[in-house]
Design a protein. Sequence first.
Length: 121
Amino acid sequence: MPLNNPKEKKAGSLLLDDFNRVTRPSFIDYLRGGLQLNMVVAVDFTASNGVPKDPASLHFIHPAKPNQYQTAIHAISQILLSYDSDKRIAALGFGAKPKFANLKSPTVNHCFALSGNPNNM
């Protein structure tokens, strides 16, 4: 293969002893190859988002419309669950004192199953 440098009017050549072309797979290639995704949701129960009973809080549960978290989780799950074979979403919480029948914590817990059962998230 000839090499030219028009600024210096020098020429040379390049001889390759070996050449490997590496093709990077796309996301679609992974999906075609059987890629499975597992969706996990983690809910922030820290006070950084405000008091849950306050309508201005991101954690506020309105009786007639979803909050921003619910809207985001719904939108993302509509896409990701298409690639998830069991269609189950693991749901974790952090920054709270869980008060489930089989999971109670006197101190703030930074990773707990929202179902209250760590074996069934």
